[in-house]
Structures are given as C-alpha cells and as structure tokens.
Write a new protein. Structure first.
Length: 446
C-alpha cells in the first residue's frame, strides 16, 4: 500500500525522521506539563473550574491551552498572550515610524522586534496571571488552597508567566529542530486533545436522548464532513493568472515562449486572521474577574457571550480585516511585477511594470473579499451549531477557530514532509497533485 511505502520512505530519510521524533518528544513534554497543577492547590477541588470552562468563551480559552486552563496547570495561560503581544507589535509596525524602521533593518531589526514582543508578552502574562488567580479564588473553596496569601499570588504569577514562556520556547524548538511551525502545532495539539472528549460527550447526549437521537448525531457528522471539505477548499483554493514569457535565445538554448500561471490563493493569509481575531476576542475576558458575571461591565458581559450577536459580529469583522491585512503582507504585487519584467514575462493584455502591479493588486482584492467573508462565516458557525442544540464542546469543531487551525496547520505540516520526500526523489504523500499549504515566503501561523 502507498501509505506504508510512504512511511518507509519517511523513515529512510534520517533528517526527516529526527525532526518528526523531536517534534513528538517536545509535544509530549507540553502535554505532560498541562497536567502539572500549580503548587499549593489541591487538584480535587477543581470541579467548579472545570464546569466554568466547559462552555462559552472560557471553553475556547481552555481548548487553546489543551485543557491546562481548567487544570490550573503551570501552562494555564498557554500561548495566547504571546500572540496578543505579536498583534500589538505588528500593528505598531504600521503606525509607528520607529517600528517601521526596524522592519526594514533585516535580521537585526527582526531580532529587536522579537525582543520587544517578548517583553510585552511578559507584561500581558503578569496581568492575565493576576486575573487568573482572582478567578481561581472565586471558583475554588478556601480549604483546597494549601498555601494562601500574598506569597501564593506572587509565586503563582511567576510560575504562570514562566510556564507560558516555556511553551513559547517549546514552539520555537519545534520550528527549528522539528517539523512544521511550532506555535501553530502547539495550538493544534491543544485542540486535538479536546476532540475525543467533545465527540463522546455529544454521542452520549444523543444516545440518551429519546426519539431519533442517533439519527440526529449522524446528521451532525455528515454536516461536519461538508464543513470540513469546504474548509479544505477555502485553504487550498487558488485563482490562476496567466503569464506569457517572451522567447529568448541564449547560446544554443531557447528560453521562454511559453505560458505559465501565477496561482494567487483565495486565502493567502492562512490561519493567521483566525488566530489573531480570536486572541483579541479573548482579551476582555482575560482582564476582568470572570467568576461572577453580574459584576462585569456591560461591555465585558456582551463579549463573553459566545453565541451573542455582538461577539460574533465583531469576530466576523475582525477576521475580514485581518485577512486583508495579512494578505497585504504575504502577497507583494510590486515585487511580483518586477520579477516578471526582469524575466521577460507579462500578463496578456496588461502592460509590464506599474500596470501589472495594479492589475495583480486588483485581482487579489477581488478574490480576498469572498475568501475573507467565507472565512468569517466558517469561524462563527459554532455559535449557530450551539443554538441548534449541539453540545458546547463539540460545536467548536463545526468550523470556527478550531477546525480552521486544524486544517491549516495539518496541511502546512504535510507540505513540509512532502517537500522533504520530493527533494530526495521519493514519491509525495499523494499519488496525484500536491499538498498546498501556506504561500511560500508568507507569514507562518506563529
């Protein structure tokens, strides 16, 4: 079978085998860390916290942390504070000249930006760590705190911040020494870890239901399959722009004289709009005492309602905006036009140079609009699934952040594995076609 032949080929490539084993080892370290409870807390008293994070926005936060949030783990804050800091720094790169200069400084500028991002991450971690501990005190009865007082708060905030920075370090090691993008894989693993529990919870609920519960569950699985297929089409869809290369004769060889195509992706930004938009949507709930909803401000309460209008409308608009933002970063029409001109290429009916740049920019704007709208619709589908009666945890896989990240990260990782195979003259992972991940040279999903 081709599957076993492909696995044998992967095992024959020493570098690829080492990278995969390294990735699996670092993922194991992360998963073990999510089960390590903060020192000074009795794990038997976490039932109320687990109940609080079983649905809603806190359920999303728990899913991104792989269950560490509800376990009061040392990794409870997860990787999202780093992503929030990255959002702020990248937005500053648009508005602040100092950050714009650093972006143009090449590798040295990138190191400075990464350093600033980490400092900002630590500040966010201290604030979110304090809010998390406030919530713990509201959810856990005093007798389950083995240590209490100011000392407990100080060292717990330090441990939570150090835990998140360690998770970031694991992600960077996966990127450098493993396969795929480290931070994206860590987020994906957290989502996958929640899938079996969500699936069996929904199955149990439907089995115990009277009058066609299993039929309803079968319909849910079929709908989930169609959403999954639509998500893959969204991630891999392209619009091909024809490019004619002029005939050139150099020595005894002929170059050009053929028509090729530029595949412009419908969703060139990948999963980044989803991750960034979700990180922003989690900010209101991260800086308030989310133990008692009656004490929240009206703003925080509205953005804590996962199925509410304001939450989903804002989430949708943020995704559309970030899709355009990251497409502008990923695709550079000016560079593409210059490269075509240097190589004697042109788009039929369009003048080389500035006209080609404007044409490509117009095409990207047109195909990004439906792509961003569809991305936003898929992202808010879980709210409609929840309203329709699907289990809160299982509904997260009806599109939304979880499914889009799963599809995007898996395709990116498989593309890297396939590249290693093809580079060494082995067959790829598929008999026909190629796996399409993120655009080469585009931003990774962190």
């Amino acid at each position: 079978m081709k599957l076993f032949d492909t696995l044998k080929n992967i095992w024959k490539i020493e570098e690829l085998k080492t990278r995969i084993l390294t990735t699996l080892g670092l993922i194991l370290v992360y998963r073990l860390g999510t089960e390590v409870v903060l020192p000074g807390i009795d794990p038997s008293g976490l039932a109320a916290l687990k109940e609080q994070t079983s649905s809603g926005v806190l359920g999303l936060l728990d899913m991104f942390s792989g269950g560490a949030f509800s376990n009061a783990s040392i990794f409870a804050l997860g990787i999202m504070p780093y992503i929030s800091a990255s959002i702020v720094v990248q937005l500053l790169g648009i508005a602040v000249p100092y950050f714009q200069r650093m972006q143009r400084e090449g590798e040295s500028g990138r190191r400075k930006i990464n350093q600033i991002t980490r400092y900002l991450t630590i500040i966010i971690l201290i604030l979110q760590g304090s809010a998390y501990l406030t919530n713990l005190h509201a959810q856990i009865r005093p007798e389950f705190f083995l240590i209490n007082g100011t000392l407990f708060t100080i060292y717990s905030v330090i441990i939570l911040a150090a835990g998140s920075m360690f998770v970031l370090w694991l992600g960077e090691k996966i990127t450098d020494k493993g396969i795929g993008n480290g931070v994206s894989i860590i987020i994906m693993i957290g989502i996958i870890a929640r899938l079996p529990f969500a699936f069996f919870a929904e199955l149990s609920a439907r089995v115990s239901q009277q009058g066609g519960g299993l039929v309803a569950f079968l319909i849910e699985i079929i709908l989930l399959f169609f959403v999954f297929c639509g998500t893959i089409l969204l991630v891999q869809g392209t619009r091909k722009v024809p490019v004619q290369y002029a005939k050139r004769i150099v020595g005894n060889k002929q170059y050009g004289g053929v028509r090729q195509y530029i595949p412009l992706k419908i969703n060139a930004a990948g999963v980044m709009p989803i991750i960034f938009a979700q990180a922003i949507m989690l900010l209101p709930i991260s800086f308030v005492n989310y133990a008692a909803s009656d004490s929240m401000s009206a703003f925080a309460a509205a953005f804590s309602n996962f199925t509410g209008f304001w939450y989903n409308a804002t989430f949708f608009l943020l995704i559309v905006a970030f899709t355009y933002f990251y497409t502008a970063i990923t695709v550079n029409p000016m560079q593409m036009a210059e490269d075509m001109k240097k190589n004697g290429g042109f788009i039929p009916g369009v003048k080389p140079g500035r006209k080609t740049m404007e044409f490509l920019d117009t095409i990207m704007s047109r195909i990004t609009l439906p792509g961003s709208i569809f991305l936003g619709i898929v992202a808010i589908l879980p709210a409609f699934a929840t309203i329709a009666g699907v289990n809160n945890q299982f509904s997260q896989f009806y599109g939304g952040t979880s499914l889009l990240i799963l599809v995007g990260v898996v395709l990116d990782t498989l593309q890297q594995i396939e590249s290693h195979l093809l580079m060494r003259h082995y067959d790829g992972l598929m008999k026909t076609g190629r796996i399409k991940g993120k655009t080469p040279g585009g931003p990774a999903a962190y």
